[in-house]
Write a protein that binds this ligand. Structure first.
Ligand SMILES: *Cc1c(COP(=O)(O)O)cnc(C)c1O
Length: 360
């Protein structure tokens, strides 16, 4: 078997090796049942135990209050861009914070259903920061404040969650379970699994119960949160394999000490890279210092040629996936929960060597 490389990919992203090993056995023969995990009925007692595990571990790790439902849906995080307004703001108003590609896409969809009040945008500064509390206000007649807690492409993150009387609705796709949060401030949280939770194919939705059934009568059955909440995410066939992996990742996370311990490690890993960036003018971080993400670190070198060389030479020594998103170019190190500290240390060493060998 080839040695594993350090995979800095933004998503799908690196998963705990132990989880992959376990999955490779269970796919073929699930818990010695003589049948593979992806062959069993979603209504079998074996799979019911898997989805129950996933939900209860998530409730425990995130301290989700009892008046919230946990849903496992399909369609990716992008489908939540329309499901949220379709269920919660038809013909009404909502406030959105425009902090990157993913919020912009969500704003576009929300406009199909109601009145969108964009209270802040950092687009003109190529999304290099998230707003401070005093920089925006939430309209009195808004149903909710929508924001993206971590901007995967630009490498910015809300260090404190917005404070408002209104409920928060959050796209947490790239930092769910990376740090402690107070779920009770949120009406709805969603996250595509493929960044910090598992493989592509399942989207997690955490929704406060009183928001179920708010969708207009004309809402298609599959697009109404209530349908899935009433049936425990089993209205139709759920994505069984991704849900299984999520359960395994959550077991791994719990064994590692849960979110508190993970947050500590995440902060240490990010600090190693930011310290290297700040140590020289050679590397420039995309994000303003007070908006820096602990999950995705986007940075530039002096020229595009040096960036291409950096990415290519890094890959040669097993540091993969460092190319920045096509919308801003440069480099990006995505260091989610499952990304090992050794890989960060190796990257920082490589950054120093590369600068020494390739002066600007
Ligand atoms: C990746 C990402 C998305 C899009 O996820 P899909 O599952 O591909 O639709 C949305 N929001 C954020 C913050 C992301 O990082």
């Amino acid at each position: 078997m080839p040695e594993r490389v350090f995979n800095f990919s933004p998503g799908p992203a690196t998963l705990p090796y132990e989880v992959l090993q376990q999955a490779s056995k269970d796919i073929v023969n699930f818990k010695d049942s003589g049948i593979g995990l992806i062959e069993i009925s979603h209504r079998s007692k074996e799979f019911m135990a898997v989805i129950e595990d996933a939900e209860s571990l998530l409730r425990e790790l995130m301290a989700i209050p009892d008046n919230y439902k946990v849903l496992f849906l399909q369609g990716g995080a992008s489908s939540q861009f329309f499901m949220v307004p379709m269920n919660l703001m038809v013909g009404k108003k909502a406030t959105y914070l425009n902090t990157g590609t993913w919020s912009k896409k969500a704003i576009k969809e929300a406009k199909l259903f109601g009145d969108v009040d964009v209270a802040f945008s950092s687009e003109e500064d190529s999304f290099n920061r998230v707003p401070k509390q005093q920089e925006y206000s939430v309209a009195d007649d808004s149903e909710f404040l929508y924001f993206v807690s971590n901007n995967t492409i630009y490498g910015t993150q809300f260090h404190e969650m917005p404070e408002t009387e209104k409920m928060l609705v959050c796209d947490m796709s790239s930092d769910i379970l990376a740090r402690k949060i107070d779920v009770s401030k949120f009406g709805l949280i969603f996250a595509g699994a493929q960044k910090n939770l598992g493989p592509a194919g399942v989207t997690l939705v955490i929704i406060r119960e009183d928001l179920l059934g708010k969708a207009p009568e004309s809402t298609p059955t599959m697009l109404n949160y209530k349908t899935h909440a009433d049936k425990g995410s089993m209205f139709n066939t759920p994505p069984t394999f991704p849900i299984y992996i999520v359960a395994e990742v959550l077991k791994w996370l719990k064994a590692k000490g849960g979110v508190t311990e993970m947050e500590k490690i995440n902060r240490e890993k990010a600090a190693l890279i930011y310290t290297a960036i700040d140590a020289t003018d050679y590397y420039r971080g995309h994000s303003d210092a007070d908006s820096r993400s602990i999950m995705n670190i986007s940075f530039n070198l002096p020229t595009a040629e040096l960036e291409a060389k950096f990415i290519a030479e890094a890959a040669e020594i097993g540091l993969n996936g460092l190319k920045g998103h096509r919308s801003i170019g440069g480099c990006r190190a995505s260091i989610y929960n499952a990304f090992p500290r050794e890989g960060v240390v190796k990257l920082v060493e490589f950054m120093k060597e590369f600068e020494a060998k390739n002066p600007a």
